[in-house]
Design a protein around this ligand. Structure first.
Ligand code: B12
Ligand code: SF4
Ligand code: SF4
Length: 257
């Protein structure tokens, strides 16, 4: 596993089975899942990459779905060679596994009030992927950690998605920027004010636990950053590709009005 990322850990499947997400990918789970090998992939780049930026940092790098799944599939294949009687299935994002929970329960970091996993070295600027396996991997019990609770993310969230009562997905700018079709006046205003045409980083950039986040050494992320998108931009192998051209171009045109 160290070959694909130094930041990984194991969470017993039983610990996340109650929180499984209902999605199509659920059918790919091994028949008798016993362990989740959760893996983090840091994506923060050197500051100079963000000088002229109009999308969220996670979308600046090559599509993480491809990168993370590619690496995890290679690791799963090697594990299968070592344990031919067991099943190893890789997932990234499009996964029935509640990834933040699994990573926290595997001891990879703390759960932030912004809902995200915050690792010690890379802060919350990490993607999470996992290999679910029928192999029973014995691990010590992990005490789950929480962030320092400064509430800056709640205070600075521009849309009210993060409140003291919890998180409202429908209000989150990250959700709004990927919403298809017509947006409400309020959604348009929020998106225009935040200046971002895809995703939102406010509750991460404001977080003191991200202050000294280390930059990534994942080669696929370093090699091809695109921090600024405009009409006619390439969608190929980008995190916004799955939504199609219409949605991102609607957002781009909003900022030109
Ligand atoms: C749907 C989704 C979204 C939705 C909803 C997000 C949400 N917070 O619910 C939208 C589109 C808004 C979104 C936005 C973003 N997302 Co998203 N998203 C997902 C996805 C696909 C599913 C999440 C989900 O529904 N989980 C199910 C819930 C029920 O599980 P849970 O979070 O563990 O919650 C349970 C408990 O833990 C508890 N709980 C929840 N929150 C908290 C908080 C505290 C303090 C406590 C004690 C308990 C608790 O309540 C639940 C009980 O059932 C995951 C991938 C995955 N498969 O997990 C990525 C994922 C969470 N997203 C990710 C990212 C990067 C983002 C963005 C940062 C992207 C961006 N820059 O715009 C934003 C962040 C917005 C935010 N502040 O959350 C990463 C997070 C990486 C990390 N470091 O944590 C993930 C893991 C994708 C990945 N493979 O890397 N996302
Ligand atoms: S991503 Fe933006 S809108 Fe969503 S919770 Fe964080 S600060 Fe609020
Ligand atoms: S800003 Fe403060 S409250 Fe929010 S996630 Fe970071 S440490 Fe936790």
């Amino acid at each position: 596993m160290d070959e694909i990322s130094p930041l990984w850990g194991v969470c017993p499947f039983d610990k996340i089975k109650e929180g499984l997400i209902d999605c199509r990918a659920k059918s790919r789970l091994p028949e008798n899942p016993k362990s989740v090998i959760a893996v983090c992939f840091p994506y923060l780049l050197e500051k100079e990459n963000y000088k002229n930026i109009n999308i969220s940092k996670y979308a600046v790098v090559t599509d993480y779905h491809t990168v993370v799944l590619g690496r995890l599939n290679r690791a799963a294949e090697k594990l299968k060679n070592l344990y031919p009687d067991e099943e190893f299935v890789a997932f990234a994002d499009n996964s029935p596994v509640p990834e933040v929970s699994a990573a926290c329960k595997a001891g990879l970091g703390a759960r932030g009030l912004n809902t995200l996993l915050i690792t010690e070295e890379y802060g919350s600027y990490v993607f999470i992927g996992e290999i679910v396996t029928s192999l029973e991997i014995k691990v010590e019990d992990v005490t789950e950690k929480y962030c320092i609770g400064c509430k800056k993310c709640i205070e600075k969230c521009p849309s009210g998605a993060l409140t003291y009562a919890g998180f409202d997905r429908a209000l989150c700018l990250s959700e709004i920027t990927q919403k298809k079709g017509d947006l409400t006046e309020e959604e348009l205003r929020l998106m225009k004010d935040c200046g971002c045409v895809w995703g939102c980083d406010i509750c991460q950039d404001i977080c003191p636990m991200n202050k000294n986040a280390a930059v990534t050494s994942v080669e696929e992320f370093i090699s091809s950053p695109i921090p600024f998108v405009d009409e006619g931009c390439t969608l190929e192998n980008r995190a916004y590709e799955w939504r199609g051209r219409k949605t991102i171009e609607r957002n781009i045109s909003l900022h030109k009005r």
